[in-house]
Every structure is written in C-alpha cells, then in structure tokens.
Design a protein around this ligand. Structure first.
Ligand code: F6P
Length: 538
C-alpha cells in the first residue's frame, strides 16, 4: 500500500476524530445524494460512512497511487496478473456479451471457446429440461446433483437459491460438497437413480472431497441400475482436466470445459454454472451474464469517484487500515440471498487473506477482513446486539430489493422497514439525553444509550432478477480485486489451503494403516490413537 497516499487518509482520520455521523448529516443537507451511486440495476447509498468529500478524494488518490487504472486494464485484457501461478485472470471474458469482443491470452483469442462452451451448455440444458436427455432406463431426468466444493459449489448453490423464482419447479437440485458421508447419503435418500443426473464439478478433477463423493455416487448408481454402462447417461463433468475426467469414466463428449484463467471462486459464470443453467434455462442464464457484463463495463469505465466497486473497496480499506476493523458483515434482506454471505466469504477471504506482498515481503498493514453475515431479519435477533453496542467496529453492507417475488400482506414492507431502520440506528444511535427524555430511569441510561457512528452501506435493487444477481456478484468480485491491488497482494492464488490438504493425506494413512507410524506431534498422535480405538483399529 502506498505509504504516502495512506498517510493523507490517516491524517484526515486524525483530524476528524470525534466527528459523528449526526454532525456529518447536519452540516450537509445533500449528503445522501452526494454519496450515492447507481450502476447496473443497483443503487448504493454510502452516506452513512465516516467520510466527507476530502476523505473520498484522499481515498481515490490511494487507488490512483496503486496504479489501479492500469491494473484493471491488465485484468480485462488477459495479462498474467496471477503471477505466482503464471495465469491470466479472465472471469470477465466469460460474460463478455459483445459479439465482436476479442480477448487474447498468449496471442490467442479466448472468446470463440467461451461462446462454444456456452452454446454446448445451452443445448445440453435444453435437452435435460425438455426431457430429451434420457437416463439409462429411458426415463427423463428429474434430479440434478452437483458434486463439487469451494468455488465449484458455493456459486452454484448461492445462485440456485437466489434464482428459485426462475427455476424449473418440476425438477429438484442438490449440491453435495462435504466429504462427510452424511452429505451424500442424505442427498441420495432424496433422489431416484433412474432419474438423476450427477454433475461432477471440479476445475482440477483431483480434489479429494469431490472425487471421493463422485466415486461413491458412481458406485451407488451402478448398484441401483445394475450396469456400469449407466454412468454415461447419468454423469457429466465440468472441468479443465480432460485426462482426469476420462480416467474417472466420464465420456469427454459429456464434459463442459473451462480454462486455467478462471479462478475457482470466480467460476460461477463458466461451465461451473451448468446446474444453474439447467434450473433456470439458457435465456435466464444469459440474463445473469448480461447483469455481470453491465457491472463489468461500469467498473472498467466509470471514474473512481463514481465507480461502485472502487468506492466499496476504498470504504472497506478505510475501516480495516484506518479504524482497525477486523471483520465485515454482509446482511442481505432477501431470503433468496441467504447463501450470498457464504459465497462472498470464499471470494474475499481466499483472495485477500494474504500476509505477503507481491515482492514476497511480509505486509506491514492489515489485509482482507474476516467476512460473515446472515440474512436479515434473523441476524437482528442474534448478533446485531454486538454490532450496535459491542466493542468491535463492524462495517456492514445491507442489501435489499424493493419488490418481492412473494408478496404476502405487509410482510415485505416490514422487512424493508427493518433494513432501513437498522442503518438509521447504527448511524445515529440514541444519546443519553434522548433516553432521559423518554423517561428512562437514570440507572439504566448507560445500558440504553447507543453510541451510533457504526458505518453501513445500503445496496438496493428494484427486484432480484438474473440481471441484478449477476451485477451484484460482479460488484463484490471487483471490490475484492481493487482491495488486492491497493494492498499489493496476489488475489488469485490460494497457497494457504495446500498445507492442510497435504497433511490430511499423511493423517489418513495413519488412520487406516495396520500399523500407524504416528510421527506427528503428541496432540495429533493422541487424537489419531483415540479415533483408531473408537473405530476398533487400536
Ligand atoms: O480450497 C481450495 C480450492 O482450490 C478452491 O480455490 C477451489 O474453489 C476448490 O478448492 C475446489 O477446487 P476444484 O474445482 O479444483 O475441485
């Protein structure tokens, strides 16, 4: 992070010490409209943040000092910005709806390949949806089970829930990710083999959880249908690894490919979205891509002051580095977005959970925050107490949709009233004086006072549609990108997940061996020994 540009931000924080959101709002009647942006179907009100025009200028300078404009162009034009893996980062090419667009990696235009896979996904999902793709016994497919984990699961799960109103209700969709056999077993209880399509979704096709679940599902299917030949009609693959797919026994004719320049956590708009396309149909899937594309164009062209992902990123950095905020909350006030916080968790924490900068030196500042959240209003009756009156500063994004897909009486008005009221309460709190005026007994005043000054962003769309969902995902993707650029970390690798994977192999062999070597530390050895005893392998 550029020290000089940051020093200016720091200085402004020092100078504004003690200034409250009440004061900010009182001194500027235009504050709400001044600090609002509209893009790709979303309206962002960021006026309830600890900022003024000078602070926003200093933050924009911070972005400029990181060479953000050039970095954005590098990403969109296929430069190998994922340097530790020597890869381009081109999830934006997957939803580039310009029919004439050319995006080159190593001198080769990737767009024809993108369009080809999209068309193949469309043809396949049409066949499944119309009942033309028959199972081994000639029956149509009714159940789709996506087997994948991380980016090969969280996006499809999140979007399948989010776009339920667009989903083919006569079909049922399941997502198996955990290597805990309960996940697969409970899913298999819900489906009939004859009518089930398994989508094995794995970029590498080597991930332990996915390959174990896929193998077990294949055994189950073969046993239920009495022939190994059934696999061809009930298994398809989504992967970058053709050889591994063939080795698993899936005909590569039934493989939908993508490329090493699509990061797992950015892969929803690639073939990884196949289960979603089957659920909502190819036209609605295109609408989703169009929403992504709208936000992509906004991000690439809008000046930083009016650029929604850039502004969200800068505000996040202000709190992480200027106010010591360690966590960050995403609060969707829409049941259909119930898995959106979990989806953002991987996108953000696997991307910017880094402590070494691009030169390989330890960073001297905090980077990606801990991200969490739950749908409103459930969170209000659970953890909001801590956000309102606890000792941690937790900036929050409130996300709402003005129109519901399911109007019932005044429920939606109540939901939205809660959203708006929470941002009001967090910003302005309640003073001791106000408590007294309301007749609160003096001894309860300290407990009933709300300090306020808790920063929030509010994101509103007219309705949750494929377009607005696509734009929302792109918004957060680009926010994470901007933060990574400013923190000067590589956002597109994830070496931190490797060690656990490697050690798990060694532990597994000790769990199942006749004579375990038990060369671990005393704690791990003790846990392995105890487990072996409990399962009768002592
Ligand atoms: O957990 C690490 C990770 O590599 C994620 O980045 C990725 O989304 C997930 O595993 C699944 O990987 P794959 O799609 O190769 O099975």
């Amino acid at each position: 992070m550029n020290a000089q540009a940051w020093a200016k931000v720091d200085e402004l924080i020092d100078r504004s010490q003690g200034k409250t959101l009440r004061e900010y709002f009182a001194e500027d009647p235009d504050r709400a409209s001044r600090f609002s942006i509209e893009a790709a179907g979303w309206f962002l009100d960021y006026s309830k943040n600890l900022i003024d025009a000078k602070m926003m200028k200093a933050l924009v300078k911070l972005a400029e000092s990181a060479g953000l404009k050039d970095e954005i162009e590098k990403m969109f034009t296929g430069k190998k910005i994922n340097a530790t893996e020597g890869r381009a980062v081109l999830h934006t090419a997957l939803r580039n709806m310009d029919p004439k667009a050319k995006v080159k990696v190593d001198g080769k235009d990737v767009m024809p390949g993108v369009r080809k896979v999209l068309a193949a996904m469309g043809d396949f999902s049409d066949k499944v949806r119309r009942g033309e793709w028959k199972g081994f016994t000639g029956k149509r497919i009714k159940y789709v089970v996506n087997i994948g984990i991380g980016g090969s699961d969280l996006g499809p799960v999140m979007a399948n829930i989010a776009l339920t109103p667009y989903s083919k209700r006569s079909m049922k969709f399941f997502f198996v990710s955990n290597v805990d056999s309960t996940h697969l077993a409970e899913t298999l209880r819900e489906v009939k083999a004859e009518q089930t399509l398994f989508i094995v979704a794995s970029k590498t096709f080597t991930t332990q959880e996915t390959m174990s679940n896929a193998g077990a599902a294949r055994d189950w299917l073969v046993e239920k249908l009495g022939s190994a030949k059934a696999v061809a009609k009930h298994f398809v693959a989504v992967s970058t690894a053709e050889k591994e797919v063939a080795a698993f026994g899936i005909d590569t004719k039934n493989m939908f490919g993508f490329w090493d320049w699509v990061g797992g956590r950015y892969s929803l708009p690639s073939a990884i979205g196949l289960s979603l396309m089957i659920a909502i149909g190819r036209n609605n899937y295109k609408r989703l891509l169009r929403g992504y594309y709208k936000m992509d164009r906004h991000f690439r062209t809008a000046r930083f002051e009016r650029n929604m992902p850039v502004v969200l990123a800068l505000l996040g950095i202000l709190y992480v580095n200027g106010y010591g905020a360690e966590s960050y909350c995403i609060l969707p006030y829409d049941q259909y977005l119930s898995r959106f916080p979990a989806y953002c968790q991987q996108m953000d924490m696997e991307s910017n959970g880094k402590s070494v900068d691009k030169d390989g030196n330890p960073v001297t500042y905090s980077t990606g925050p801990i991200e969490w959240g739950e749908p409103g209003t459930n969170g209000q009756h659970s953890f909001y107490q801590l956000i309102h009156q606890g000792t941690h500063l937790i900036p929050c994004d409130f996300i709402g949709c003005s129109n519901t897909h399911n109007p019932i009486g005044d429920l939606h008005d109540k939901l939205m009233a809660n959203l708006f009221a929470q941002t009001e309460a967090l910003a302005f709190g309640k003073t001791a004086e106000e408590c007294r005026k309301e007749g609160e007994p003096e001894k309860l005043i300290p407990f009933k006072t709300f300090e306020g000054n808790r920063p929030t962003n509010t994101l509103l769309c007219d309705k949750l549609t494929p377009e607005t969902l696509g734009a929302l995902v792109a918004l957060y993707e680009h926010k994470v990108f901007v933060q990574g650029v400013i923190w000067n970390v590589y956002s597109y690798d994830q070496w931190g997940v490797q060690l656990g994977k490697v050690l798990a192999k060694g532990v597994l062999s000790d769990l199942v061996a006749k004579k375990p070597s038990l060369k671990h530390d005393s704690s791990t050895n003790q846990l392995i020994a105890r487990y072996r005893k409990a399962v009768g392998r002592a």
